[in-house]
Write a protein that binds this ligand. Structure first.
Ligand code: MN
Length: 312
């Protein structure tokens, strides 16, 4: 496929039209080549707008770009969990992958715990691919590409960004850099911890996580990590925040959540975090896109009911 026109693909995806299977395979192959060259710790500069979990809520992804600006005018850092739960994981990850491939320096994609073969087989992405393409080919292409996603980003040497959080086996950025990340997310170890862990404002040290993967970590863990690596802030996603964001540990860590009305029923706000050239942080809060009302769970249910009655 010598003349792959990414601008045409992006235009089509912005209208929520699916790309063909062969095209997706080609785009994933080319994106792997780009991601392969990235370190496990990618260094970038502000200004950049940071986005938390999206979980297949395609209309809300469009809404956040309406608010935050479109690529490449706005630099974006996405913190992972692009797929599962929502109705449009395929459209969401197709668009984000095309944006990464088209503007590799202006779009950064970090791996979340849902960018995994095992998790997507349970939480929706696999079934959605089967339904929309009639075969698992597209799921295989995307999940193979997920193995190449980076694990962390540092903004201007002062903000450490990751999907989940810290790990008891990681004290320095150099220890992240030597992880062999080109694989399915393991059940335990430093790579699992980075995508699965959560802060616990009531604790000081590491503790067992109720999620059954990763750890919870407290104020002293955060303080020591920042000190040791000469940084000011940890920025992560991975946990639903009713206000769209939360700030903990004396402003040393924040969570950004970008799926409004999560699963079309949680009633929460969402946000994107705009990081300015001097490291200023501003949470831009937004609500669910109006399009969810006319092309959401209710309409899908009715459509499926019609499909069933047709065969009766
Ligand atoms: Mn997550």
């Amino acid at each position: 496929m010598p003349n792959l026109d990414l601008d045409v693909c992006i235009e089509q995806l912005l209208k929520k039209q699916l790309l063909g299977e062969a095209l997706i395979k080609e785009i994933c192959e080319r994106t792997k080549q780009v991601l392969m060259r990235e370190s496990n710790v990618v260094h970038i500069s502000a200004p950049v707008t940071v986005v938390g979990d999206i979980h297949g809520q395609f209309y809300d992804l469009i809404e956040l770009m309406r608010i935050g600006g479109y690529s490449p005018h706005t630099n974006y850092l996405f913190l992972g969990d692009y797929v599962d739960r929502g109705l449009f994981s395929v459209e969401t990850i197709s668009l984000l992958t095309c944006l990464k491939l088209r503007y590799p320096e202006r779009v950064q994609l970090i791996r979340g715990n849902h960018e995994s073969r095992a998790v997507t087989q349970t939480y929706g992405f696999y079934v959605e691919c089967l339904k929309k393409y009639g075969s698992p080919t597209v799921w295989t292409a995307f999940t193979d590409m997920f193995d190449y996603l980076t694990l962390s980003v540092v903004i201007d040497n002062r903000i450490f960004c990751v999907h989940g959080g810290l790990s008891p086996s990681i004290h320095t950025l150099d220890q992240i850099k030597i992880i062999d990340r080109f694989r399915e997310i393991p059940h335990e170890g430093p790579m699992a911890d980075l995508v699965w862990s959560d802060p616990d404002p009531g604790k000081e040290e590491f503790a067992i996580s109720p999620r059954g993967a990763g750890y919870t970590f407290g104020s002293q863990v955060v303080k020591k990590f920042l000190q040791m690596n000469d940084m000011q802030h940890i920025l992560r996603a991975h946990q639903l925040c009713m206000e769209g964001y939360s700030v903990l540990f004396d402003d040393e860590l924040s969570t950004v959540w970008s799926a409004p009305n999560y699963c079309y029923r949680c009633g929460n706000n969402a946000s994107i975090l705009e990081v300015g050239p001097n490291g200023q942080r501003h949470f831009n809060v937004f609500e669910a896109a109006p399009e969810n009302e006319r092309d959401g769970p209710l309409q899908i249910q009715n459509q499926e009911a019609r499909e069933v009655s047709y065969f009766l």
